[in-house]
Write a protein that binds this ligand. Structure first.
Ligand SMILES: OC[C@H]1O[C@H](O[C@H]2O[C@H](CO)[C@@H](O)[C@H](O)[C@H]2O)[C@H](O)[C@@H](O)[C@@H]1O
Ligand code: CA
Length: 727
């Protein structure tokens, strides 16, 4: 995207710099140098109505405005912030939105007049940008600032893309080592009475154990609890950790401290989703990596691949996420595509080929030991299911989540809710029906689609179109990597062998091609519905195809398993079913069924739309040449995001209600929405939604970007760009 014309002298700060530069020490020095005559005091008295009025300074002797130059304001931070909030944040939620009913105008003194002349800042967007900038300036310890008008009226598409690239990724990046373990250690899902930072180290990483024991001893104020995991991680062991939930160690590298010359360990960074999700997630990481690559941050995506390889080596799988309570389950697998996209970017760097080799070997191990082994593998169909092990009630959900399920059992056993959970988790009471319920519940969480009426009470039995598409992609990618990069001979070292594999045996692309052909045949047989023109899940226990219409049907195009004829039908039949105002729905309204008090909305059903669904569908449609559909769907999603960003104080959330025009970020299903809870200024957005924005922009042209920047709805844009037929 082009940025506005900038004509700056060398002692000026780029108006679109990151807050640490724009409000940091250098900016302070330059603005002081430039405006010597300024005499603002920070000790201002409130006016009679209790508000702070920016004080009118003395008129400067020199001329005021040079109209050709971009406008800048001279702003007293604390007083303007107080005035702005009191006047414009009328509902007192620390944000200025279209729902506030203030006058929507505030005057700022121009810098060129030393604050004497004023100029009006008008409308929700500019005022909320002002609020955000003042919060940032305050956080950087500034009492007064020179503020570029272009930072307030910046094209919103540019602004959001800039914030994602320059600020949000940084806000979501974590490193686990002595430098920042207190940040990564925080877990808003730790509901225990003493939520202290705790780290579990796998048995096979004694160097990390020694490292963290020393960190804990050197910095007792952290209260870091360092625990060694048992060699064999069983469901019982995982259950017993529920009272002491903790972070799981990820990859570290040995480095030499440049000042002391001593060798130490350094954590490999990763991006977290945001909100309550402050750990490395499985499929979120893949989506985030698409955004990181789009933003030239491939080193972070690479580091996440390396962390996944560590997880496969030490925990046996890519985890749902890196907390102790997630140890038994995985999430939708994307490792091969992620590693190959990273490789494409870094292939000229030293060590790139080894990076890819390790990732492909890890993926092969994961493929066999997790997805193609029982209980996930179904030998009858040859297809796979989300079906993780585990015991008892998942501890990470809100306390209220399972009340309606568990209370009748607590009553039956004359126990309190807590007593019952304790007794049930430890096998003191036996309730096979509940075991079945939680088997499926764990599977739902492993599927990433927690929760949905599509999967509730049945997920562990389903060969889903989602998972089998992803495994087909593994098979095709592994075949391609072996053939293209490893001379069609990949040696499998002992540490990557599974079951009865012979150490150091050679694998070739044809072995993997055969696997993909077998899967395609099974998917055609069990998952494709010729009459309906879509792929569906298959119930391996009832031995019948399901009828829930899910937007994951497009994953068959993402992975390439759909024939061109199937793809054409999917597009014709599927798109009209799933397309809504803001992009693609997770599922159809009809499939979800009626909702009400007794049957509340589930967040992965209609009317919600999620970034990963959009991103995979765009890529899928693009792969088969449906470029007009891609353009339209991308536009709708980006439009919805941009409009919410403009109208609601810079908000970027975990998911959207894609049927809701005015406030699509409002989702009250299940645990609500993540990314809403900020005061004044959003610092992180939400991982995969950030990614969807910058990834989506790659499918747009300059014309679309301009139209998005002026908040032109799709229909209006489409009408304006309709090709005029030749006469
Ligand atoms: O705490 C409840 C559940 O939260 C997670 O699921 C949701 O957030 C994840 C992170 O963004 C995302 O990967 C998943 O698709 C979302 O539904 C977690 O993954 C669940 O296991 C957990 O029970
Ligand atoms: Ca408000």
């Amino acid at each position: 995207m082009g940025s506005p014309l900038r004509q700056r002298s060398s002692n000026e700060i780029d108006p679109f710099s990151t807050p640490d530069i724009y409000y940091g020490a250098e900016a302070l020095y330059k603005s002081n140098k430039h405006f010597r005559t300024r005499t603002y005091s920070i000790h201002q008295k409130p006016t009679s109505d209790g508000f702070f009025e920016p004080r009118k300074p003395q008129r400067r002797g020199s001329h005021d405005e040079i109209s050709m130059l971009p406008r800048k304001f001279l702003v007293s931070v604390e007083s303007t912030l107080a005035h702005l909030a009191a006047q414009e944040d009328t509902d007192g939620n620390w944000q200025i939105t279209i729902e506030d009913t203030g006058p929507k105008v505030l005057s700022l003194g121009t810098a060129a007049s030393n604050g004497f002349k004023t100029f009006d800042i008008r409308g929700t967007y500019m005022l909320s940008n002002l609020l955000q900038e003042l919060h940032l300036a305050k956080e950087h310890g500034r009492n007064e600032i020179i503020l570029d008008e272009s930072r307030l009226n910046e094209n919103p598409v540019n602004r959001l893309a800039r914030l994602i690239k320059d600020s949000f990724w940084d806000g979501l990046t974590r490193v686990i080592d002595a430098s920042a373990i207190e940040v990564a250690g925080k877990d808003p899902k730790d509901w225990t009475s003493d939520p202290r930072p705790r780290i579990y180290i796998p048995h096979g990483a004694p160097e990390q154990y020694a490292y963290y024991v020393k960190v804990a001893a050197d910095r007792p104020e952290l209260r870091l609890d360092v625990c060694l995991l048992p060699e064999k991680i069983t469901p019982e062991a995982v259950r017993d950790m529920n009272d002491k939930p903790g972070l799981l160690a990820v990859a570290m590298e040995e480095v030499t401290d440049l000042t002391t010359g001593v060798k130490t360990l350094k954590g490999k960074p990763f991006v977290v989703p945001g909100g309550r999700f402050n750990e490395l997630y499985g499929w979120d990481s893949y989506m985030e990596s698409l955004g990181l690559i789009a933003n030239d941050k491939v080193h972070l995506a690479k580091s996440m691949v390396e962390n996944f390889c560590f997880c496969i080596k030490h925990y046996g799988k890519i985890l749902n996420a890196t907390r102790s309570y997630y140890l038994c389950r995985s999430q939708p697998p994307f490792l091969t595509d992620m590693a190959m996209r990273v490789y494409d970017e870094i292939h000229r760097e030293p060590g790139a080929r080894e990076f890819l080799r390790t990732a492909i070997l890890a993926a092969i191990k994961e493929y066999h030991s997790v997805w193609m082994a029982e209980p996930r593998y179904d030998p009858v169909t040859g297809l796979s299911r989300y079906r993780p092990e585990g015991l008892g009630v998942p501890p990470e959900t809100e306390a209220s989540h399972f009340i309606h399920i568990l209370e009748p059992y607590a009553k039956k056993h004359s126990m309190t809710f807590e007593e019952f959970v304790q007794a049930y988790n430890h096998g003191k009471v036996v309730e096979p029906e509940l075991d079945d319920y939680f088997l499926h519940d764990r599977a739902v969480r492993e599927s990433g689609h927690d929760t949905s009426y599509r999967l509730e009470k049945v997920c562990a039995n389903l060969a889903t179109i989602d998972l089998n598409s992803l495994l087909y992609k593994y098979e095709k990618d592994i075949a391609k990597a072996i053939n293209k990069y490893f001379g069609d001979k990949l040696r499998i070292p002992e540490e990557f062998c599974v079951g009865d594999m012979v150490p150091n045996h050679i694998q070739t692309s044809s072995m993997w091609d055969r696997k993909s052909k077998r899967r395609k045949a099974a998917m055609d047989k069990y998952l494709w519905n010729e009459e309906k023109g879509m792929f569906f899940d298959y119930d391996t226990v009832k031995k019948e195809q399901c009828d829930y219409e899910t937007c994951t049907t497009f994953w068959a195009m993402w992975c390439g398993v759909a024939t061109p004829v199937q793809a054409a039908r999917l597009v014709t039949v599927g798109i009209p079913k799933f397309e809504a105002y803001g992009g693609l729905l997770s599922g159809t309204e009809e499939s979800r069924g009626a909702v009400g008090l007794e049957r509340p909305n589930r967040q992965w059903d209609y009317p919600y739309g999620w970034a990963p669904q959009q991103m995979l569908a765009w890529t899928a449609l693009d792969r088969y040449g449906y470029h007009d559909d891609v353009a339209r769907l991308v536009y709708k999603w980006l439009f919805m995001m941009t409009k919410a960003f403009v109208d609601f104080n810079g908000v970027v959330v975990e998911k959207y209600d894609v049927t809701r025009k005015a406030d699509p970020h409002r989702v009250d299903a299940e645990y609500g929405n993540q990314g809403l809870d900020f005061k004044g200024v959003a610092k992180e957005g939400f991982g995969w939604v950030n990614a969807s924005f910058v990834y989506g922009l790659q499918f747009t042209n300059a014309h679309m970007q301009r139209a998005l920047g002026t908040l032109t709805p799709w229909e209006q844009y489409a009408r304006a760009t309709e090709t005029i037929p030749e006469i």
